[in-house]
Design a binder for this molecule. Structure first.
Ligand code: ATP
Ligand code: MG
Length: 498
Protein backbone atom coordinates (compact mmCIF):
# COMPACT_ATOMS: atom_id res chain seq x y z
CA UNK A 1 0.00 0.00 0.00
CA UNK A 2 2.76 2.33 1.02
CA UNK A 3 4.78 1.41 -2.02
CA UNK A 4 1.80 1.72 -4.21
CA UNK A 5 1.01 5.21 -2.99
CA UNK A 6 4.63 6.26 -3.18
CA UNK A 7 5.04 5.26 -6.78
CA UNK A 8 1.63 6.36 -7.90
CA UNK A 9 2.29 9.76 -6.42
CA UNK A 10 5.47 9.73 -8.41
CA UNK A 11 7.65 10.10 -5.32
CA UNK A 12 9.90 7.20 -6.02
CA UNK A 13 12.64 7.57 -3.44
CA UNK A 14 16.09 8.48 -4.67
CA UNK A 15 18.99 6.41 -3.57
CA UNK A 16 22.34 7.27 -2.11
CA UNK A 17 23.72 3.88 -3.12
CA UNK A 18 27.19 3.70 -4.58
CA UNK A 19 28.51 1.06 -6.90
CA UNK A 20 30.38 -1.73 -5.15
CA UNK A 21 33.81 -2.87 -6.12
CA UNK A 22 33.73 -5.03 -9.22
CA UNK A 23 34.19 -8.76 -9.21
CA UNK A 24 37.36 -10.15 -10.75
CA UNK A 25 37.17 -11.29 -14.34
CA UNK A 26 38.08 -14.77 -15.45
CA UNK A 27 39.44 -16.45 -18.60
CA UNK A 28 38.12 -16.36 -22.16
CA UNK A 29 35.93 -18.73 -24.08
CA UNK A 30 33.55 -18.96 -27.00
CA UNK A 31 31.77 -16.03 -28.67
CA UNK A 32 28.79 -14.30 -27.13
CA UNK A 33 25.46 -15.88 -27.88
CA UNK A 34 22.02 -14.68 -26.89
CA UNK A 35 19.33 -17.20 -26.18
CA UNK A 36 15.91 -17.07 -27.68
CA UNK A 37 13.64 -15.03 -25.46
CA UNK A 38 10.86 -17.51 -25.91
CA UNK A 39 13.07 -20.36 -24.82
CA UNK A 40 14.74 -18.59 -21.97
CA UNK A 41 13.87 -19.98 -18.67
CA UNK A 42 13.55 -16.88 -16.52
CA UNK A 43 13.22 -13.18 -16.83
CA UNK A 44 13.55 -10.12 -14.68
CA UNK A 45 9.93 -9.74 -13.97
CA UNK A 46 7.60 -10.66 -11.20
CA UNK A 47 7.01 -13.11 -9.75
CA UNK A 48 10.61 -13.98 -9.01
CA UNK A 49 11.35 -17.55 -8.06
CA UNK A 50 7.86 -18.75 -8.69
CA UNK A 51 7.66 -18.11 -12.40
CA UNK A 52 11.05 -19.22 -13.61
CA UNK A 53 10.23 -20.61 -16.98
CA UNK A 54 10.49 -24.08 -18.37
CA UNK A 55 10.04 -24.33 -22.13
CA UNK A 56 6.54 -23.57 -23.31
CA UNK A 57 4.36 -26.58 -22.94
CA UNK A 58 1.23 -27.23 -24.89
CA UNK A 59 -1.92 -29.01 -24.07
CA UNK A 60 -3.01 -31.53 -26.67
CA UNK A 61 -3.66 -29.88 -29.97
CA UNK A 62 -7.36 -29.26 -30.07
CA UNK A 63 -9.37 -30.16 -33.10
CA UNK A 64 -13.00 -29.28 -33.29
CA UNK A 65 -15.68 -31.32 -34.92
CA UNK A 66 -15.92 -28.57 -37.45
CA UNK A 67 -12.28 -28.78 -38.31
CA UNK A 68 -12.31 -32.48 -38.96
CA UNK A 69 -15.24 -31.79 -41.22
CA UNK A 70 -13.25 -29.04 -42.88
CA UNK A 71 -10.36 -31.36 -43.55
CA UNK A 72 -12.76 -33.78 -45.22
CA UNK A 73 -13.92 -31.05 -47.59
CA UNK A 74 -10.34 -30.45 -48.49
CA UNK A 75 -9.85 -34.11 -49.27
CA UNK A 76 -13.08 -34.20 -51.24
CA UNK A 77 -12.34 -30.97 -53.00
CA UNK A 78 -10.30 -31.13 -56.20
CA UNK A 79 -7.25 -30.04 -54.23
CA UNK A 80 -5.09 -27.52 -55.96
CA UNK A 81 -6.46 -28.32 -59.37
CA UNK A 82 -6.83 -25.46 -61.80
CA UNK A 83 -10.51 -25.17 -60.94
CA UNK A 84 -9.92 -25.08 -57.19
CA UNK A 85 -7.21 -22.48 -57.51
CA UNK A 86 -9.44 -20.29 -59.67
CA UNK A 87 -12.40 -20.63 -57.30
CA UNK A 88 -10.29 -19.92 -54.30
CA UNK A 89 -8.67 -16.88 -55.82
CA UNK A 90 -11.99 -15.55 -57.07
CA UNK A 91 -13.59 -15.78 -53.62
CA UNK A 92 -10.67 -14.08 -51.94
CA UNK A 93 -10.47 -11.38 -54.59
CA UNK A 94 -14.16 -10.57 -54.25
CA UNK A 95 -13.95 -10.29 -50.46
CA UNK A 96 -10.78 -8.23 -50.64
CA UNK A 97 -12.34 -5.83 -53.08
CA UNK A 98 -15.73 -5.53 -51.48
CA UNK A 99 -14.91 -5.76 -47.78
CA UNK A 100 -11.39 -4.35 -47.59
CA UNK A 101 -11.33 -2.12 -50.65
CA UNK A 102 -11.33 1.09 -48.64
CA UNK A 103 -9.92 -0.20 -45.39
CA UNK A 104 -6.84 1.85 -44.40
CA UNK A 105 -5.54 -0.91 -42.11
CA UNK A 106 -5.69 -3.40 -44.97
CA UNK A 107 -3.93 -0.97 -47.25
CA UNK A 108 -1.17 -0.48 -44.73
CA UNK A 109 -0.61 -4.02 -43.46
CA UNK A 110 -1.62 -6.41 -46.22
CA UNK A 111 1.12 -7.78 -48.41
CA UNK A 112 -0.21 -9.92 -51.18
CA UNK A 113 1.57 -13.17 -50.62
CA UNK A 114 -0.14 -16.50 -50.27
CA UNK A 115 -0.39 -16.41 -46.49
CA UNK A 116 -1.32 -20.02 -46.12
CA UNK A 117 1.83 -21.23 -47.85
CA UNK A 118 4.00 -18.52 -46.45
CA UNK A 119 6.01 -19.61 -43.44
CA UNK A 120 6.47 -16.13 -41.99
CA UNK A 121 3.90 -14.53 -39.78
CA UNK A 122 1.64 -11.99 -41.37
CA UNK A 123 -1.02 -9.42 -40.58
CA UNK A 124 -3.64 -11.00 -42.84
CA UNK A 125 -4.54 -14.54 -43.74
CA UNK A 126 -7.25 -15.52 -46.20
CA UNK A 127 -8.64 -19.02 -46.41
CA UNK A 128 -11.40 -20.91 -48.21
CA UNK A 129 -12.70 -24.46 -47.81
CA UNK A 130 -10.06 -25.39 -50.38
CA UNK A 131 -7.40 -24.66 -47.80
CA UNK A 132 -6.61 -26.69 -44.74
CA UNK A 133 -6.70 -24.09 -42.02
CA UNK A 134 -6.69 -25.20 -38.44
CA UNK A 135 -7.31 -22.38 -36.01
CA UNK A 136 -4.16 -23.05 -33.99
CA UNK A 137 -2.02 -22.89 -37.12
CA UNK A 138 -3.71 -19.66 -38.10
CA UNK A 139 -3.07 -18.39 -34.57
CA UNK A 140 0.65 -19.13 -34.88
CA UNK A 141 1.07 -17.65 -38.30
CA UNK A 142 -0.80 -14.44 -37.66
CA UNK A 143 0.90 -11.61 -35.89
CA UNK A 144 -0.69 -10.43 -32.70
CA UNK A 145 -3.57 -8.23 -33.89
CA UNK A 146 -3.55 -9.80 -37.36
CA UNK A 147 -6.77 -10.78 -39.12
CA UNK A 148 -8.03 -14.08 -40.46
CA UNK A 149 -10.59 -13.97 -43.23
CA UNK A 150 -12.57 -17.08 -44.12
CA UNK A 151 -14.62 -17.15 -47.30
CA UNK A 152 -16.93 -19.84 -48.62
CA UNK A 153 -19.98 -20.38 -50.79
CA UNK A 154 -21.53 -22.20 -47.86
CA UNK A 155 -23.08 -19.85 -45.28
CA UNK A 156 -23.34 -22.61 -42.73
CA UNK A 157 -19.61 -23.33 -42.83
CA UNK A 158 -18.87 -19.66 -42.29
CA UNK A 159 -21.19 -19.44 -39.29
CA UNK A 160 -19.79 -22.56 -37.68
CA UNK A 161 -16.18 -21.56 -38.18
CA UNK A 162 -16.81 -18.05 -36.85
CA UNK A 163 -17.99 -19.65 -33.61
CA UNK A 164 -14.81 -21.67 -33.39
CA UNK A 165 -12.62 -18.61 -33.80
CA UNK A 166 -14.68 -16.56 -31.36
CA UNK A 167 -13.70 -18.92 -28.57
CA UNK A 168 -10.06 -19.44 -29.52
CA UNK A 169 -8.19 -16.24 -28.77
CA UNK A 170 -9.76 -14.24 -31.61
CA UNK A 171 -12.49 -11.64 -31.69
CA UNK A 172 -14.91 -11.53 -34.56
CA UNK A 173 -14.15 -8.31 -36.35
CA UNK A 174 -16.82 -8.78 -39.05
CA UNK A 175 -19.53 -11.31 -38.23
CA UNK A 176 -20.67 -13.70 -40.97
CA UNK A 177 -22.05 -11.85 -43.96
CA UNK A 178 -21.87 -12.14 -47.72
CA UNK A 179 -20.83 -10.14 -50.76
CA UNK A 180 -21.47 -11.04 -54.39
CA UNK A 181 -19.09 -11.98 -57.15
CA UNK A 182 -18.94 -9.49 -59.97
CA UNK A 183 -20.91 -10.19 -63.12
CA UNK A 184 -19.05 -9.30 -66.30
CA UNK A 185 -16.56 -7.42 -64.16
CA UNK A 186 -19.21 -5.36 -62.38
CA UNK A 187 -20.70 -5.55 -58.90
CA UNK A 188 -24.43 -5.51 -59.49
CA UNK A 189 -26.97 -5.46 -56.65
CA UNK A 190 -28.74 -8.79 -56.25
CA UNK A 191 -26.71 -10.43 -59.01
CA UNK A 192 -23.59 -12.60 -58.84
CA UNK A 193 -22.92 -15.61 -56.69
CA UNK A 194 -22.86 -15.03 -52.94
CA UNK A 195 -19.50 -15.31 -51.21
CA UNK A 196 -19.88 -15.70 -47.45
CA UNK A 197 -17.14 -14.60 -45.12
CA UNK A 198 -16.20 -13.58 -41.61
CA UNK A 199 -13.18 -11.76 -40.24
CA UNK A 200 -11.52 -12.65 -36.93
CA UNK A 201 -8.66 -10.83 -35.24
CA UNK A 202 -6.05 -12.55 -33.09
CA UNK A 203 -6.17 -10.73 -29.75
CA UNK A 204 -4.54 -13.19 -27.36
CA UNK A 205 -0.78 -13.51 -27.02
CA UNK A 206 -0.94 -17.16 -26.07
CA UNK A 207 -3.17 -19.81 -27.60
CA UNK A 208 -6.07 -20.83 -25.38
CA UNK A 209 -5.17 -24.12 -23.75
CA UNK A 210 -1.46 -23.33 -23.84
CA UNK A 211 0.43 -22.74 -20.63
CA UNK A 212 3.15 -20.28 -21.46
CA UNK A 213 5.83 -19.11 -19.08
CA UNK A 214 6.86 -16.37 -21.44
CA UNK A 215 4.54 -13.74 -20.06
CA UNK A 216 3.57 -12.94 -16.50
CA UNK A 217 0.45 -10.88 -16.90
CA UNK A 218 -2.73 -11.44 -18.80
CA UNK A 219 -2.09 -9.30 -21.88
CA UNK A 220 -4.52 -9.05 -24.79
CA UNK A 221 -5.82 -6.60 -27.36
CA UNK A 222 -9.09 -4.98 -26.45
CA UNK A 223 -11.40 -3.26 -28.90
CA UNK A 224 -11.56 0.45 -28.14
CA UNK A 225 -13.16 2.48 -30.91
CA UNK A 226 -11.57 5.72 -29.73
CA UNK A 227 -8.05 4.31 -29.79
CA UNK A 228 -5.74 5.12 -32.68
CA UNK A 229 -5.69 1.57 -34.00
CA UNK A 230 -9.19 0.74 -32.76
CA UNK A 231 -7.54 -1.42 -30.08
CA UNK A 232 -5.66 -0.97 -26.84
CA UNK A 233 -3.34 -3.39 -25.05
CA UNK A 234 -4.97 -4.58 -21.83
CA UNK A 235 -2.52 -5.77 -19.17
CA UNK A 236 -3.99 -7.18 -16.00
CA UNK A 237 -3.29 -9.44 -13.08
CA UNK A 238 -3.92 -13.02 -14.27
CA UNK A 239 -6.52 -15.22 -12.59
CA UNK A 240 -5.79 -17.74 -9.87
CA UNK A 241 -6.31 -20.76 -12.12
CA UNK A 242 -3.78 -19.58 -14.70
CA UNK A 243 -1.16 -18.81 -12.09
CA UNK A 244 -1.71 -22.16 -10.36
CA UNK A 245 -1.36 -23.98 -13.68
CA UNK A 246 1.95 -22.25 -14.36
CA UNK A 247 3.24 -22.97 -10.88
CA UNK A 248 2.22 -26.60 -11.14
CA UNK A 249 4.01 -26.88 -14.41
CA UNK A 250 7.09 -25.31 -12.91
CA UNK A 251 6.97 -27.31 -9.69
CA UNK A 252 5.24 -30.59 -10.55
CA UNK A 253 6.11 -32.05 -7.16
CA UNK A 254 4.55 -29.22 -5.14
CA UNK A 255 1.39 -29.86 -3.16
CA UNK A 256 -1.79 -28.16 -4.36
CA UNK A 257 -2.22 -26.26 -1.09
CA UNK A 258 1.25 -24.82 -1.36
CA UNK A 259 0.75 -23.90 -4.99
CA UNK A 260 -2.50 -22.18 -4.13
CA UNK A 261 -0.94 -20.15 -1.33
CA UNK A 262 1.91 -19.03 -3.58
CA UNK A 263 -0.45 -18.20 -6.41
CA UNK A 264 -2.63 -16.11 -4.09
CA UNK A 265 0.42 -14.23 -2.86
CA UNK A 266 1.39 -13.42 -6.41
CA UNK A 267 -2.07 -12.28 -7.35
CA UNK A 268 -2.82 -10.37 -4.17
CA UNK A 269 0.47 -8.60 -3.64
CA UNK A 270 3.33 -9.12 -6.04
CA UNK A 271 1.61 -8.59 -9.37
CA UNK A 272 -0.42 -5.58 -8.21
CA UNK A 273 2.68 -3.94 -6.70
CA UNK A 274 4.61 -4.23 -9.95
CA UNK A 275 1.67 -3.22 -12.10
CA UNK A 276 1.23 -0.15 -9.90
CA UNK A 277 4.88 0.68 -10.37
CA UNK A 278 4.55 0.19 -14.11
CA UNK A 279 1.66 2.66 -14.28
CA UNK A 280 3.82 5.19 -12.41
CA UNK A 281 6.78 4.66 -14.71
CA UNK A 282 4.67 5.13 -17.79
CA UNK A 283 3.63 8.53 -16.43
CA UNK A 284 7.24 9.44 -15.81
CA UNK A 285 8.22 8.42 -19.33
CA UNK A 286 5.51 10.55 -20.92
CA UNK A 287 6.58 13.46 -18.75
CA UNK A 288 10.35 13.21 -18.96
CA UNK A 289 11.28 11.63 -22.27
CA UNK A 290 11.94 14.09 -25.08
CA UNK A 291 8.76 14.44 -27.07
CA UNK A 292 10.07 12.68 -30.17
CA UNK A 293 10.66 9.52 -28.15
CA UNK A 294 7.36 9.33 -26.31
CA UNK A 295 5.60 7.33 -28.99
CA UNK A 296 8.21 4.61 -28.73
CA UNK A 297 7.09 3.64 -25.22
CA UNK A 298 3.55 2.82 -24.14
CA UNK A 299 1.18 5.38 -22.72
CA UNK A 300 -1.41 4.36 -20.14
CA UNK A 301 -4.83 5.27 -21.49
CA UNK A 302 -6.81 3.75 -18.64
CA UNK A 303 -5.87 2.61 -15.14
CA UNK A 304 -8.08 0.50 -12.90
CA UNK A 305 -7.30 0.18 -9.20
CA UNK A 306 -8.48 -2.25 -6.56
CA UNK A 307 -9.89 -1.13 -3.23
CA UNK A 308 -6.38 -0.91 -1.77
CA UNK A 309 -5.26 1.51 -4.45
CA UNK A 310 -3.15 -1.04 -6.34
CA UNK A 311 -3.41 -1.06 -10.10
CA UNK A 312 -5.19 -4.21 -11.24
CA UNK A 313 -5.60 -3.37 -14.92
CA UNK A 314 -3.86 -1.11 -17.38
CA UNK A 315 -4.83 -0.14 -20.89
CA UNK A 316 -1.92 0.97 -23.05
CA UNK A 317 -1.76 2.34 -26.53
CA UNK A 318 -0.82 -0.40 -28.97
CA UNK A 319 2.67 0.02 -30.39
CA UNK A 320 1.92 -2.10 -33.39
CA UNK A 321 4.67 -3.90 -35.25
CA UNK A 322 4.67 -2.46 -38.67
CA UNK A 323 6.44 -1.65 -41.88
CA UNK A 324 9.22 -3.37 -43.78
CA UNK A 325 12.11 -4.84 -41.77
CA UNK A 326 14.84 -2.44 -40.71
CA UNK A 327 18.59 -3.05 -40.99
CA UNK A 328 20.55 -4.45 -38.06
CA UNK A 329 22.50 -1.22 -37.68
CA UNK A 330 19.32 0.88 -37.59
CA UNK A 331 17.80 -1.50 -35.07
CA UNK A 332 20.90 -1.17 -32.89
CA UNK A 333 21.12 2.60 -33.30
CA UNK A 334 17.48 3.23 -32.48
CA UNK A 335 17.60 0.93 -29.46
CA UNK A 336 20.77 2.56 -28.10
CA UNK A 337 19.36 6.02 -28.72
CA UNK A 338 16.12 5.23 -26.88
CA UNK A 339 18.03 3.65 -24.02
CA UNK A 340 20.20 6.73 -23.73
CA UNK A 341 17.09 8.92 -23.40
CA UNK A 342 15.50 6.46 -21.00
CA UNK A 343 18.52 6.49 -18.69
CA UNK A 344 19.67 10.06 -18.97
CA UNK A 345 16.49 12.06 -19.42
CA UNK A 346 13.68 9.99 -17.93
CA UNK A 347 16.12 8.52 -15.37
CA UNK A 348 14.51 5.12 -15.70
CA UNK A 349 16.24 1.73 -15.74
CA UNK A 350 14.24 -0.91 -17.58
CA UNK A 351 15.85 -4.03 -16.07
CA UNK A 352 14.07 -6.46 -18.39
CA UNK A 353 15.35 -5.44 -21.78
CA UNK A 354 14.83 -8.78 -23.49
CA UNK A 355 13.85 -8.80 -27.15
CA UNK A 356 10.38 -9.88 -25.98
CA UNK A 357 10.02 -6.35 -24.72
CA UNK A 358 11.22 -4.65 -27.91
CA UNK A 359 8.81 -3.48 -30.57
CA UNK A 360 9.58 -2.15 -34.05
CA UNK A 361 6.96 0.45 -34.81
CA UNK A 362 6.48 3.03 -37.52
CA UNK A 363 8.12 5.50 -35.13
CA UNK A 364 11.16 3.30 -34.64
CA UNK A 365 12.34 0.73 -32.13
CA UNK A 366 10.46 0.93 -28.85
CA UNK A 367 10.54 -0.72 -25.45
CA UNK A 368 7.47 -2.01 -23.62
CA UNK A 369 6.98 -3.62 -20.21
CA UNK A 370 8.12 -1.38 -17.39
CA UNK A 371 6.94 -3.91 -14.83
CA UNK A 372 10.46 -4.43 -13.47
CA UNK A 373 11.73 -0.90 -13.93
CA UNK A 374 13.41 1.26 -11.31
CA UNK A 375 14.35 4.89 -11.10
CA UNK A 376 18.01 5.80 -11.49
CA UNK A 377 19.23 6.07 -7.91
CA UNK A 378 16.00 4.73 -6.42
CA UNK A 379 16.53 3.49 -2.91
CA UNK A 380 14.76 0.20 -3.17
CA UNK A 381 16.04 -0.88 0.25
CA UNK A 382 13.98 1.88 1.84
CA UNK A 383 10.89 -0.29 1.58
CA UNK A 384 11.37 -3.78 3.06
CA UNK A 385 8.69 -5.27 0.83
CA UNK A 386 10.12 -3.77 -2.34
CA UNK A 387 13.62 -4.70 -1.27
CA UNK A 388 12.61 -8.32 -0.87
CA UNK A 389 10.73 -8.39 -4.16
CA UNK A 390 13.60 -6.85 -6.08
CA UNK A 391 16.10 -9.22 -4.52
CA UNK A 392 14.02 -12.19 -5.57
CA UNK A 393 13.47 -10.70 -8.96
CA UNK A 394 17.20 -10.26 -9.43
CA UNK A 395 17.82 -13.84 -8.44
CA UNK A 396 15.31 -15.08 -10.99
CA UNK A 397 16.30 -12.60 -13.67
CA UNK A 398 17.42 -14.28 -16.84
CA UNK A 399 19.55 -11.23 -17.64
CA UNK A 400 21.33 -11.47 -14.30
CA UNK A 401 21.86 -15.18 -14.73
CA UNK A 402 23.30 -14.67 -18.16
CA UNK A 403 25.59 -11.97 -16.83
CA UNK A 404 26.82 -14.31 -14.10
CA UNK A 405 27.34 -17.14 -16.57
CA UNK A 406 29.16 -15.01 -19.10
CA UNK A 407 31.29 -13.46 -16.38
CA UNK A 408 32.38 -16.81 -15.06
CA UNK A 409 33.16 -18.09 -18.55
CA UNK A 410 35.14 -14.96 -19.35
CA UNK A 411 32.78 -13.63 -21.99
CA UNK A 412 32.20 -10.55 -19.88
CA UNK A 413 35.23 -8.94 -18.26
CA UNK A 414 34.31 -5.25 -18.17
CA UNK A 415 34.16 -4.27 -14.54
CA UNK A 416 31.31 -1.96 -15.36
CA UNK A 417 29.20 -5.10 -15.79
CA UNK A 418 30.85 -7.60 -13.50
CA UNK A 419 30.51 -5.13 -10.64
CA UNK A 420 26.82 -4.64 -11.22
CA UNK A 421 25.69 -8.22 -10.89
CA UNK A 422 22.39 -8.50 -8.98
CA UNK A 423 22.16 -4.74 -8.65
CA UNK A 424 19.50 -2.35 -9.74
CA UNK A 425 21.81 -0.57 -12.13
CA UNK A 426 21.83 0.86 -15.64
CA UNK A 427 24.57 -1.65 -16.41
CA UNK A 428 21.94 -4.43 -16.61
CA UNK A 429 20.24 -2.62 -19.51
CA UNK A 430 23.51 -1.87 -21.23
CA UNK A 431 24.74 -5.42 -20.91
CA UNK A 432 21.63 -6.78 -22.52
CA UNK A 433 21.55 -4.12 -25.20
CA UNK A 434 25.06 -5.11 -26.22
CA UNK A 435 24.07 -8.78 -26.37
CA UNK A 436 20.79 -8.20 -28.24
CA UNK A 437 22.04 -5.92 -31.00
CA UNK A 438 24.59 -8.58 -31.86
CA UNK A 439 21.95 -11.30 -32.21
CA UNK A 440 18.63 -9.65 -33.07
CA UNK A 441 17.26 -12.87 -34.54
CA UNK A 442 17.22 -14.73 -31.28
CA UNK A 443 13.57 -13.76 -30.84
CA UNK A 444 11.05 -15.04 -33.40
CA UNK A 445 8.90 -11.89 -33.32
CA UNK A 446 11.78 -9.50 -33.83
CA UNK A 447 13.36 -11.76 -36.44
CA UNK A 448 10.86 -10.66 -39.03
CA UNK A 449 11.33 -7.00 -38.27
CA UNK A 450 15.12 -6.84 -38.55
CA UNK A 451 17.33 -7.76 -41.50
CA UNK A 452 20.28 -9.73 -40.24
CA UNK A 453 22.97 -11.62 -42.10
CA UNK A 454 25.59 -13.12 -39.82
CA UNK A 455 28.18 -13.10 -42.62
CA UNK A 456 27.70 -9.41 -43.49
CA UNK A 457 30.14 -6.60 -42.78
CA UNK A 458 27.40 -4.93 -40.74
CA UNK A 459 26.98 -7.97 -38.47
CA UNK A 460 30.76 -8.30 -38.14
CA UNK A 461 31.22 -4.68 -37.08
CA UNK A 462 28.38 -4.83 -34.56
CA UNK A 463 29.69 -8.10 -33.18
CA UNK A 464 33.06 -6.51 -32.78
CA UNK A 465 31.49 -3.64 -30.87
CA UNK A 466 29.62 -6.01 -28.58
CA UNK A 467 32.89 -7.80 -27.91
CA UNK A 468 34.58 -4.51 -26.99
CA UNK A 469 31.71 -3.48 -24.77
CA UNK A 470 31.76 -6.74 -22.86
CA UNK A 471 35.50 -7.51 -22.98
CA UNK A 472 37.41 -4.26 -23.23
CA UNK A 473 41.18 -4.14 -23.54
CA UNK A 474 41.38 -2.82 -20.02
CA UNK A 475 38.54 -4.34 -17.96
CA UNK A 476 39.24 -1.95 -15.08
CA UNK A 477 38.78 1.12 -17.25
CA UNK A 478 36.13 0.14 -19.77
CA UNK A 479 35.34 2.70 -22.41
CA UNK A 480 31.70 1.63 -22.71
CA UNK A 481 29.71 2.53 -19.65
CA UNK A 482 26.69 4.32 -21.05
CA UNK A 483 24.14 3.96 -23.81
CA UNK A 484 25.58 7.15 -25.27
CA UNK A 485 29.03 5.54 -25.68
CA UNK A 486 27.46 2.65 -27.55
CA UNK A 487 25.31 4.98 -29.62
CA UNK A 488 28.38 6.94 -30.69
CA UNK A 489 30.20 3.77 -31.71
CA UNK A 490 27.17 2.62 -33.68
CA UNK A 491 27.00 5.95 -35.49
CA UNK A 492 30.59 5.41 -36.60
CA UNK A 493 29.71 1.93 -37.83
CA UNK A 494 26.78 3.34 -39.78
CA UNK A 495 29.11 5.91 -41.33
CA UNK A 496 31.55 3.16 -42.33
CA UNK A 497 28.81 1.12 -43.94
CA UNK A 498 27.72 3.95 -46.23
N1 ATP B 1 1.82 -1.26 -25.59
C1 ATP B 1 2.19 -2.34 -26.26
N2 ATP B 1 2.29 -2.30 -27.60
C2 ATP B 1 2.64 -3.40 -28.31
N3 ATP B 1 2.92 -4.57 -27.76
C3 ATP B 1 2.84 -4.68 -26.43
C4 ATP B 1 2.49 -3.57 -25.61
N4 ATP B 1 2.51 -3.97 -24.34
C5 ATP B 1 2.84 -5.26 -24.35
N5 ATP B 1 3.04 -5.70 -25.61
C6 ATP B 1 3.37 -7.07 -26.05
O1 ATP B 1 2.85 -7.94 -25.08
C7 ATP B 1 3.89 -8.71 -24.50
C8 ATP B 1 3.59 -8.90 -23.02
O2 ATP B 1 3.46 -7.65 -22.38
P1 ATP B 1 4.39 -7.25 -21.16
O3 ATP B 1 5.79 -7.54 -21.52
O4 ATP B 1 4.07 -5.87 -20.77
O5 ATP B 1 3.85 -8.20 -20.05
P2 ATP B 1 4.53 -9.50 -19.42
O6 ATP B 1 5.53 -10.09 -20.35
O7 ATP B 1 3.47 -10.36 -18.92
O8 ATP B 1 5.26 -8.84 -18.29
P3 ATP B 1 6.55 -9.40 -17.62
O9 ATP B 1 7.66 -9.31 -18.63
O10 ATP B 1 6.66 -8.53 -16.47
O11 ATP B 1 6.29 -10.83 -17.38
C9 ATP B 1 5.16 -7.95 -24.78
O12 ATP B 1 6.24 -8.84 -24.86
C10 ATP B 1 4.86 -7.31 -26.10
O13 ATP B 1 5.11 -8.21 -27.17
MG1 MG C 1 7.42 -8.75 -20.94
Amino acid sequence: MLISRAVVDDNIPMSTATRQSPAPATGKTAPVTAQTDAAQSTKASPPPAALTEPPVSRTTTPQTEFESEASRWVQRSPGRSGHAVRERDAMIRTVQARVFGRDPEFKHYYNCIDELRNTRTSDYMFATPFDLHRWYKVFERLRWGGQFVFTSYDADQVHKLAQVYASRGFVIEHPPAYVRHPVMGMYLPGLGRKVHYFVARRVHLVRPGEVSMRFTYDVYLKHEPRAEQGYVVAKQVPDLETVMLRLKQRFPEAKTDFVETQAKKLIDTIFPVFLTREAAFLKILQRDLPEAYRNRVPRAVYVEKDNRGFVSKLHLNWLRKSGPPISQIDFALQAADLLDKLHEQARVIHLDLRLDNFVVTEHGVGFVDYGSAARVGENIAQSPLLDKLFQEMMKASQIQRMLAKMTSSGLVTSQYFTGSHQKVDKAADLFYLAVQIDKPHSNPDIKEMVRYDASSEEARLISNLTEHVLRPNDPKRPHYSSARNILEALLKIKERLR
